[in-house]
Design a protein around this ligand. Structure first.
Ligand SMILES: NC(=O)c1ccc[n+]([C@@H]2O[C@H](COP(=O)([O-])OP(=O)(O)OC[C@H]3O[C@@H](n4cnc5c(N)ncnc54)[C@H](OP(=O)(O)O)[C@@H]3O)[C@@H](O)[C@H]2O)c1
Length: 237
């Protein structure tokens, strides 16, 4: 399989890279940290292709996607892991703006570019790592939860769009709870999941062409409760 992973330099994206690379898949990887991309290329030199790009820079990411598309020949599976977010109790606009530029503007450009590319190819599987945190507004990180809600809705829109043209394109929305990566910030974190376990569950959902997946099961239960909890109770938590 030919795979593109955007945001492969650390965390969930890196774990997915390792999962797929060891099975001999040909993988294009993208991130801003060139030295980390180089390390991954050294690990699997015969089946890894890398391009450095920042998803908030349209020219840069467009070039990277097209470069890797040419190297791979076609793309069967694209996984978009790139994302950012920070605790922001003081509503510092710099943090909120970077989150919106990355998780909404840059992310949308990447998702749309790949969806259109899959339409041209007549097939493709588009996967995005959104978050269980996108189901409710979170006061410690308002832009993070709001941008993840945007991504969840966007993925649903694309899934419906794909259905209307005969499901040539598969659209999968992965919604993790807390995962043990640099992104999991804050005190008193609970149910923080090991990244390898998360990557394994994500790869199973991808193989089964699932529409969406909460990782793990206990986060699924919490997400459903959270989603339907009346605001009068949610605000006290
Ligand atoms: N960890 C959690 O608890 C958790 C829970 C739910 C959802 N998620 C989501 O999972 C995804 C992966 O995060 P992670 O937990 O694996 O954290 P991570 O280790 O910080 O990974 C983030 C990835 O995004 C890339 N990235 C960030 N900004 C970018 C940009 N402007 N352009 C290109 N790439 C960029 C980073 O690469 P470079 O820095 O090299 O560019 C890195 O590869 C994110 O979308 C996150 O919101 C995480």
């Amino acid at each position: 399989m030919n795979i593109l992973i955007i945001g492969a330099t650390s965390g969930i994206g890196k774990a997915l890279f390792e999962h797929y690379a060891k099975d001999g898949n040909r993988i294009g990887i993208v991130g801003r940290r060139t030295h980390l991309l180089d390390e991954l290329c050294r690990q699997y030199p015969s089946n890894t292709f890398a391009a450095t790009a920042d998803i908030t820079k349209q020219d840069e990411i467009e070039q990277a996607i097209h470069l890797l598309y040419r190297e791979l020949g076609n793309i069967d599976l694209a996984i978009i892991c790139s994302g950012t977010g920070d605790l922001n109790p003081s509503l510092d606009y710099t943090i909120e703006r970077l989150t919106i530029e990355t998780n909404v503007m840059g992310w949308t450009f990447v998702i749309d570019t790949l969806y259109n590319l899959f339409e041209q190819q007549n097939h493709g599987h588009l996967v995005a790592i959104t978050s269980a945190g996108g189901l409710r507004g979170e006061p410690t990180a308002p832009a993070y939860s709001a941008t993840k809600a945007y991504q969840i809705n966007y993925m649903e829109a694309l899934r419906k769009k794909a259905f209307k043209v005969g499901n040539k394109i598969v659209v999968t929305d992965i919604r993790p709870g807390l995962v043990d990566t640099a992104m999991a910030k804050g005190d008193n974190l609970f149910w923080v999941m090991p990244v390898d376990k998360v990557a394994h569950q994500i790869s199973t959902a991808i193989r089964r062409k699932k529409s969406k997946l909460y990782v793990t099961k206990r986060w699924h239960v919490l997400a459903v409760i959270n989603k339907f909890l009346p605001f009068s109770l949610y605000k006290r938590m």
